[in-house]
Design a protein around this ligand. Structure first.
Ligand code: FAD
Length: 471
């Protein structure tokens, strides 16, 4: 059969692919979209949206339990079925993409349900369909859960985040493998809905990619929720035992639970995309791209498949770059150094730029200004859930922020101001001398920098040092 001619083929109509395809269709291009699973991809069906919906419910439960102004402790009864219903009916429409496919087709898109692969520089096949793309092909095939090579793991019915997000009812007990952002977020949610949760993390602390102080606060918060934490723990084997899943840890200890959720990161599989046909290295970990997201002549890649900060906001930004490049407009620049990231635990961990250690490893001369959230007015007012800190890593050579971390209620929102500062290389003097609304969590930024200006080098809020967050 002769290939159909289109302007652009989008391989993978997930988070970034759907976004791009709709932009190109609206600009009048002829677009073919190939998607084997759900149009919209990971974020709306299995990741950001349903997980944050569950987090919202879990946080409200915790807040209700903390509420002031009622006689005795507020009584709340968790009911996961309500959350599961909301995820099923409101967030994901029962994991049904009919509306998304219709939206794509109503704008003139040619939709193919299937796995696609490149068959040449500008040609793609998917099942019985083949396309030639006049302008080019966009690879937006995402990532998948990275499953660690633990003996026996393949034989137990472990969960990935897909099964966890769709779970209803919840199990009585759950082991979460991986204490990164996703493991901590989901572990806290399920614990607050009554599941006995154990988090196993191979590194010596939770959230190992974030500042150690953030790990400290989150460890205390999760322990406060009753979660069992095993850090510095390596799993050596997995097996089914007496109706449960048993994990053997290095050193011989066994732990078991009804379910095991594997949340040990994401991996990209380039082996089945036909990349070599288009001159792209299929043995690489990710698709290499330039600053216009070009992977070759007439080939772009975007989203998780590029391995650059696997977040939806990265995917959307990259999709805007690809759209502009294809439409011969000026692409919005991407500054990966100032990409923000948020772990939506309670309290939230928002971070941007470099950690103190990363900056020092790069040879940057840095000082640190810290404000402990409970010692801000807002934190003190907030009382029971106000653990946290604002940590600013200051590049002393140029007087700007190399990075910043906020661990606080709504820490991801406080991060907005700091993201702008890192992105725009705002002098810390400007941040110190501006007026902050009183009493706010972000007012702690001014307080941290005030303390910094009064001292030299590493200035630590006194309340902070006594809290023992610092080694
Ligand atoms: C539990 C969880 C929570 C998360 N929470 C957040 C969050 O709060 N904020 C945030 O910014 N990020 C979050 N993320 C990350 C975010 O979901 C991803 O970075 C984002 O969805 C990646 O988009 P993408 O377009 O690269 O890939 P995807 O959305 O995964 O889309 C890729 C698509 O390509 C399709 N595909 C694969 N192979 C082929 C093929 N051969 N042919 C055709 N199609 C193919 C797939 O079926 C898929 O639909 C979370 C991730 C997880 C797992």
């Amino acid at each position: 059969m002769m290939p159909e001619e289109v302007d652009v083929v989008v391989l993978g109509l997930g988070t970034s692919g759907e976004d791009l395809a709709l932009q190109l269709l609206e600009a009048g291009l002829d677009v073919a979209g190939i998607e084997p699973q759900l149009v919209g991809g990971e974020c709306p069906y299995w990741a950001c949206i349903p997980s944050k919906m569950a987090i919202r419910a879990a946080s409200l439960l915790a807040e209700a339990r903390r509420v002031d102004g009622v006689a005795g402790q507020a009584q709340v009864t968790p009911d996961w079925s309500q959350v599961a219903r909301r995820i099923r009916e409101e967030a994901t429409g029962g994991w049904d993409d009919t509306a998304a496919v219709a939206r794509f087709e109503s704008k003139g898109g040619r939709f193919v349900r299937g796995w696609g692969r490149l068959t040449g520089p500008r040609t793609v096949s998917a099942g019985d369909h083949s396309f030639t793309a006049r302008l080019g092909v966009v690879i937006s095939t995402g990532s998948k859960p990275a499953i660690p090579p633990i003996p026996g793991l393949a034989e137990v019915a472990y969960w990935t985040t897909h099964e966890a997000i769709a779970a209803d009812p919840l199990p009585d007990s759950l082991i979460v493998l991986g204490g990164g952002a996703v493991g901590c977020e989901l572990g806290q949610v399920f614990s607050r809905f009554g599941v006995e949760v154990t988090i196993v993390e191979g590194q010596d602390r939770l959230l190992p990619l974030e500042e150690p102080e953030a790990s400290h606060v989150i460890t205390a918060a999760l322990e406060g929720d009753g979660i069992h934490l095993r850090t510095g723990a390596r799993v050596e084997a997995a097996a089914n035992r007496d109706g449960q899943i048993e994990l053997t840890l290095e050193g011989g200890a066994d732990i078991s639970a009804d379910r095991v959720l594997v949340a040990t990161g994401r991996a990209v599989d380039l082996s089945k995309l036909g990349l070599a046909e288009a001159g792209i290295d299929a043995a690489a970990r990710f698709v290499e791209v330039d600053d216009r997201m070009r992977a070759g002549d007439g080939i772009w890649a975007m989203g998780d498949v590029t391995g650059k900060a696997m977040f939806t906001h990265t995917a959307f930004h990259q999709s805007a770059v690809v759209a502009a490049d294809i439409l011969e407009l000026d692409p919005p620049p991407i500054d990966y150094e100032s990409l923000p990231r948020v772990t939506f635990t309670d309290p939230e961990v928002g971070a941007v730029g470099l950690s103190e250690m990363q900056a020092r490893e790069r040879g940057q001369d840095v000082a640190v200004a810290v404000k402990n959230v409970p010692s801000t007015f807002r934190g003190w007012l907030h009382d029971t859930d106000s653990q946290g800190l604002i940590k600013l890593v200051i590049d002393t050579e140029n007087g700007t922020l190399a990075g910043a971390t906020v661990v606080a209620p709504n820490g991801g929102e406080v991060l907005g101001l700091l993201s702008l500062a890192v992105h725009q290389k705002t002098p810390v003097d400007v941040l110190r001398n501006m007026t902050y609304a009183f009493p706010t969590f972000h007012g702690g930024i001014g307080e941290a920098l005030g303390a910094y200006a009064r001292g030299t080098g590493k200035v630590i809020d006194p309340a902070y040092t006594t809290s023992g967050y610092f080694d």
